[in-house]
Design a protein around this ligand. Structure first.
Ligand SMILES: CC(C)(COP(=O)(O)OP(=O)(O)OC[C@H]1O[C@@H](n2cnc3c(N)ncnc32)[C@H](O)[C@@H]1OP(=O)(O)O)[C@@H](O)C(=O)NCCC(=O)NCCS
Length: 176
């Protein structure tokens, strides 16, 4: 498998791995997307972890100069944790989410990962739809996660799901 950086160019958008300066783009999008949601917003230490230690696992989507979405992933052996997938409200229900998922899957395939895990709030319909479309199943429920009373679901896609998605994406020529 090639190990070069994954970059996707569509006629309008560029999706590429993070760079150090993307810290400021992520800060801005965190504000724009998560607004006053204290649970949703990531602290600067966490964002620097992404830009400095895991840049090749995390992807940003740009519409010209404007950052419009991101997906943050962390590997643990051959299991990936998809920590955040977020698209600016002006760009939701469009192509950006698909391009980000495609970049993330490309990395998972490239690194021959055997599982990918997502953590999601039970009522986050859009996020759960995306996970379900990839074949994710809830594997665990956790309580008091980010604050007292915070109920979250862990869901996972396994090697079989990844292989199935890969076949579908290869057929659609979305990955090679
Ligand atoms: C979660 C989020 C990124 C989804 O992006 P979006 O543009 O709203 O999502 P889409 O409309 O493209 O995806 C939803 C639909 O497309 C389908 N879909 C999405 N990605 C897909 C994929 N890669 N393959 C196939 N189908 C897919 C889903 O089945 C879903 O279908 P539905 O119409 O039945 O719901 C976006 O809503 C967001 O940023 N929300 C705020 C942040 C957040 O809560 N993030 C998740 C927790 S970290």
């Amino acid at each position: 498998m090639p190990t070069e950086a994954l970059e996707i160019q569509s006629p309008r958008y560029i999706v590429r791995p993070l760079e150090s300066d993307d810290f400021w783009h992520l800060r801005r999008m965190e504000d724009e997307i998560w607004g006053g949601d204290a649970t949703g917003q990531l602290c600067p230490y966490y964002l620097r972890l992404c830009t400095e230690l895991y840049p090749e696992w995390c992807f940003i989507a740009l519409d010209g100069e404007r950052p419009v979405g991101y997906v943050l992933n962390f590997p643990n052996g051959k299991v990936a944790y998809c920590a955040t997938l977020a698209v600016h409200p002006d760009y939701q229900k469009g192509k950006v989410n698909y391009l980000l998922i495609r970049a993330m899957l490309g990395k998972l395939f490239q690194e021959d990962m055997v599982e990918c895990r997502f953590l999601v709030a039970p009522d986050n319909r859009d996020a759960r739809s995306v996970h379900n479309a990839l074949g994710a199943r809830v594997v665990r429920e956790v309580e008091d996660y980010y604050h007292q009373g915070d109920h979250r679901l862990w869901s996972a896609i396994t090697k079989e799901d990844l292989d199935r998605v890969r076949t579908r994406y290869t057929r659609l020529r979305l990955v090679s």
